[in-house]
Design a protein. Structure first.
Length: 480
């Protein structure tokens, strides 16, 4: 279609007079005709240009109408072509043969302009439906690709986190001296194998116990505790001599930093000066590597968290309007049903953009999409913080209004209705009809609440649209 409401129509008719009559009728109906005088000429034209509709005579010299239909149906990589066969033949077998070849409809000779108008209107509806289906498929493919990319990033981040964790563990366990990590309360978090062996304890016995309890109060005296607490003020230390009455250690400690630069822990090494002084230089180098590995692990975990949040948003957000989708609405409704059974009041409003199909047919789906976006933005900006809005499907939206009676919900919905009615639109005024129902009494589950709201919405549309109808009253008047 070149413009909304106008079809490009290819006419294949060997009679010049009949072709001109057809073209005049098509043009008078507001469409754009192109004339060819044989099946071969029509086929060449179709290979060069797209025509949504083909009007072809059955009997023509050379390539006849049924053969042209068969060739059209074999074309690939283009939109659907609606074929109307012009014929004086009325036999059932002839019509079956033409439909088998690919014809969509028939137009009897001599030409009836009213019948032609009706056939073209059917063609226009079918082509429009086909276009909407193709648009929806493209949108779905785009969303699937975005999800695939997000999943790929999650997988890569998970692998980085796993590798970082493995490297941290290898470096930590590979240190040739007793090493432990601790938190701000000076409780042990990790001890490497050398530390467990040196202080003759098991990891499960040491975990989250005071470092003084595990290593001994003689070794972790007041000076040692002061040095350990200094790590959480970003005060590293080295070459501190600690003595437990039998063994002398040279203690060194570093703060452990998270991805944001904040201190998340401390790591301490103890070197027996009688046997391991030569290892001190190697220890410091490995401490730096451990700190970097820990920071990398924290960064990877943060990225993984952000990607998971993005995946959750993709799963619960409507791609066109940016508000919550039907899945998110069902989850929220199920939660509120549980709260409603415990006494919390809430209402459901279903609303439908009035005459949206005719708006799409008249002004195009892009203009229709802009209306849906504008309505969604109006609802989102006009609701209270406690309320919830989502796209229910197509041109329908739903609003969950918390801690209100049905009458109060009707008043709030009338404010929303007036806001939608006031939306600027270059084509025509946009309005919406509302159906409101309150949870409670005979409406004891989500399905019953949706059904009651939908029935009220149906009544609002039946009474003239652009109004609010309450399921509890069903008065037929706007809840002003």
């Amino acid at each position: 279609m070149e413009q909304q409401g106008r079809l490009r129509v290819l006419i294949a008719e060997d009679s010049s007079v009949s072709a001109k009559v057809l073209a005049k009728a098509v043009s008078d109906l507001g469409h754009v005709p192109t004339i060819t005088h044989s099946g071969e000429d029509a086929w060449q034209e179709l290979q060069a240009f797209d025509y949504p509709v083909v009007l072809t005579d059955w009997v023509m010299p050379g390539m006849e109408g049924p053969e042209l239909c068969s060739r059209i149906r074999a074309l690939e990589g283009r939109g659907y072509t609606y074929v109307i066969m012009l014929t004086a033949k009325g036999d059932r077998e002839d019509r079956i043969a033409a439909m088998t070849a690919g014809a969509d409809d028939f137009l009897c000779k001599p030409l009836d302009r009213a019948e032609l108008s009706a056939r073209l209107a059917v063609a226009q509806r079918i082509i429009s439906m086909q276009q909407r289906l193709e648009d929806a498929n493209r949108s779905l493919q785009d969303q699937q690709e975005e999800l695939k990319l997000a999943l790929d990033r999650v997988e890569r981040s998970s692998k980085v986190a796993e590798m970082s964790q493995k490297r941290f563990s290898q470096l930590f366990e590979g240190l040739p001296v007793p090493t432990f990590t601790l938190d701000a309360n000076l409780k042990l978090y990790e001890m490497n194998k050398r530390a467990l062996a040196t202080f003759d304890c098991a990891h499960h016995d040491a975990f989250e116990r005071s470092v003084a309890d595990v290593l001994g109060s003689d070794l972790i005296n007041t000076d040692a505790e002061t040095a350990l607490r200094g790590l959480f003020r970003n005060e590293p230390f080295s070459d501190r001599e600690w003595f437990d009455g039998e063994r002398t250690f040279i203690a060194s400690g570093l703060p452990l930093l998270g991805p944001d630069g904040g201190i998340v822990g401390g790591i301490v090494t103890l070197v027996d000066v009688t046997a391991a002084r030569k290892a001190e230089q190697e220890v410091e180098r490995q401490l730096v590597e451990i700190n970097e590995a820990h920071a990398q692990l924290e960064t990877a975990n943060q990225e993984l968290k952000e990607l998971n949040e993005r995946l959750n948003a993709l799963a619960t957000e409507d791609g066109l309007t940016g508000i919550a989708n039907h899945r998110a609405f069902q989850e929220r409704l199920n939660t509120l049903v549980g709260e409603g059974k415990r006494g919390r009041a809430f209402c459901l409003a279903l609303l439908d953009v009035d005459n949206f199909k005719s708006f799409n047919d008249s002004f195009g789906h892009q203009a229709g999409d802009e209306v849906l976006k504008a309505v969604a933005a109006c609802l989102k900006s006009s609701l209270r913080e406690t309320d919830f809005v989502a796209r229910y499907g197509g041109e329908e939206f739903c609003v969950l209004l918390l801690d209100v009676s049905c009458e109060r919900a009707g008043e709030l919905c009338d404010v929303l209705r007036a806001g939608i009615e006031a939306l600027p639109n270059p084509h025509r005024q946009v309005t919406a009809s509302f159906g409101v129902a309150e949870f409670g009494g005979s409406i004891s589950d989500g399905e019953a609440l949706i059904r009651a709201s939908d029935e009220a919405l149906y009544q609002a549309k039946a009474e003239g649209r652009n109004r609010v109808v309450l399921a509890s009253r069903r008065s037929g008047q706007s809840a002003a």
